[in-house]
Design a protein around this ligand. Structure first.
Ligand code: B12
Ligand code: SF4
Ligand code: SF4
Length: 382
């Protein structure tokens, strides 16, 4: 069985395009029950700072500032009216060699793909892959989280490919989850996403083609990333990459530039997750499944039809509200979340080729204390 066939078996169906209005962030803005429950999370006058390690004035300052580029120049967490670095159209930044009506010779898509990937890495992507744009992963409707505008999403059919990019988040900061240090890693990831996606899109426009840069908007990021060969879906509902585990953020650029898709790539995540339950055990809101994979939806915030371990977004989001910060504990504790190093490279190889030893790798992970929460004071030490 090829990796592509294995992937297609997960798509049991029927799969319908997901309405962005049903994700937890939008529901928290229009559903009276959720407004009541989560209103404080979005209230700018709510005092979040408190006398608890990791929730002090400095930690909130660090994490809020980390979001700055996304907030001022990106707004890719919004549903519509995307602006700045996520604008769908933008004037060419003409140089002496580029003109708005001159297209590069793209008759060799393999060479073009190589150059686009190189540009993405230069701009800051940690991983980059290409897939055909599968319309099932586009939102059926977009829904603006601030204005409440809700309208069908249309993308011109010439946008046939997606360039999918993963941005690594800081290891030490994430290990402080669920405190302010980890929230800063998340915010910084969002700011970098806007920067990288915006620059890759502008590079493509300068080549004479069209590009739509996306953050969280427009489409589901994880299936696109799996199809572009960046990783596998884990029990924690996140993309697990071979190099960084789930400790990444995903952004994407849709384009009409002729490119060569990479295709899904499996490296032992599913087998490992069957034996490991760390994310489910350590999730403070019990949002992650201890059971079997299913195609059923848990509530209106799940998209049914894909065989996966379901994550209860309602439970997860309730915890964020109580925590007065987001959470990344299901990233912190995952044994695939490791720093670079020879030993870890060896284990990665083992997981891929000798899955019979998975219990041993898990035992070592526990023995060495990986995934334990780091003292939040460590974020201030160089
Ligand atoms: C809404 C949202 C949330 C909400 C609510 C989810 C919900 N069900 O409403 C909440 C608050 C729970 C949340 C939490 C987190 N999120 Co979030 N979230 C999103 C967002 C913006 C939209 C996803 C969505 O519409 N889900 C609704 C439906 C479709 O959910 P679902 O059916 O349960 O499907 C999930 C997975 O199964 C997968 N998926 C869906 N269809 C398919 C199909 C196939 C074939 C495959 C393989 C996978 C897959 O994607 C969905 C992710 O929620 C995405 C960005 C994006 N555009 O994709 C980020 C995103 C998924 N989140 C991300 C992260 C990292 C987190 C958190 C760790 C928080 C943090 N600190 O960053 C937690 C982890 C929670 C968890 N274990 O899943 C990253 C994931 C990176 C990665 N390694 O995969 C994303 C891609 C954002 C980003 N910028 O990178 N999130
Ligand atoms: S982000 Fe936190 S609360 Fe949400 S699923 Fe992950 S561990 Fe659980
Ligand atoms: S913590 Fe364990 S079960 Fe959860 S995603 Fe990571 S490897 Fe899979």
């Amino acid at each position: 069985v090829t990796d592509k066939e294995r992937y297609e078996k997960l798509l049991v169906g029927p799969i319908e395009r997901f309405d962005q209005r049903s994700d937890m962030f939008r529901r928290a803005r229009y559903d009276p029950e959720w407004i009541e429950r989560t209103g404080a999370f979005y209230d700018p006058f709510q005092v979040r700072v408190r006398e608890k390690a990791g929730y002090g004035h400095e930690e909130y300052a660090l994490s809020d500032a980390a979001w700055y580029v996304e907030g001022v120049c990106g707004r890719g967490c919004r549903g519509s009216d995307l602006e700045g670095l996520y604008a769908w159209e933008h004037p060419h930044t003409e140089s002496a060699h580029a003109s708005s009506d001159l297209k590069i010779d793209a008759s060799d898509p393999a060479t073009v793909s190589r150059k686009v990937k190189r540009a993405a890495r230069l701009y800051g992507a940690s991983l980059v892959g290409i897939c055909e744009l599968d319309w099932r992963w586009l939102y059926s409707h977009v829904s603006d989280d601030t204005s409440g505008e809700h309208r069908p999403l249309e993308i011109p059919e010439e946008f046939r490919h997606a360039i999918v990019m993963a941005i690594e988040m800081d290891y030490a900061l994430i290990q402080t989850s669920p405190t302010g240090g980890a929230a800063a890693a998340t915010g910084l990831g969002y700011s970098k996403m806007a920067f990288v996606a915006g620059l890759v899109a502008q590079f493509i426009r300068n080549l004479g083609y069209q590009a739509i840069p996306c953050g969280n908007d427009t489409a589901l990021s994880i299936p696109l990333a799996v199809e572009a060969g960046l990783g596998e879906l884990g029990r924690n509902g996140l993309l697990i990459t071979e190099k960084y585990g789930p400790r990444i953020r995903i952004c994407k650029v849709f384009t009409d530039l002729p490119l060569v898709p990479d295709g899904p790539r499996f490296f032992g995540v599913e087998e490992f997750c069957r034996k490991c339950l760390k994310c489910a055990e350590d999730c403070p809101s019990r949002a992650i499944s201890f059971g079997e994979k299913t195609t059923e939806a848990l509530n209106i915030s799940t998209n049914p039809g894909v065989l996966k371990w379901p994550v209860n977004g309602e439970q997860c989001f309730k915890y964020w509200v109580a925590n007065r910060l987001d959470c990344a504990t299901c990233i912190r504790v995952c044994p695939f979340n490791q720093e670079e190093g020879r030993l870890h490279d060896l284990v990665r190889l083992g997981v891929k080729h000798v899955p019979q030893l998975d219990p041993l790798y898990l035992w070592f992970d526990a023995l060495l204390g990986y995934g334990k929460q780091l003292d939040s004071a460590t974020i201030w030490v160089d």
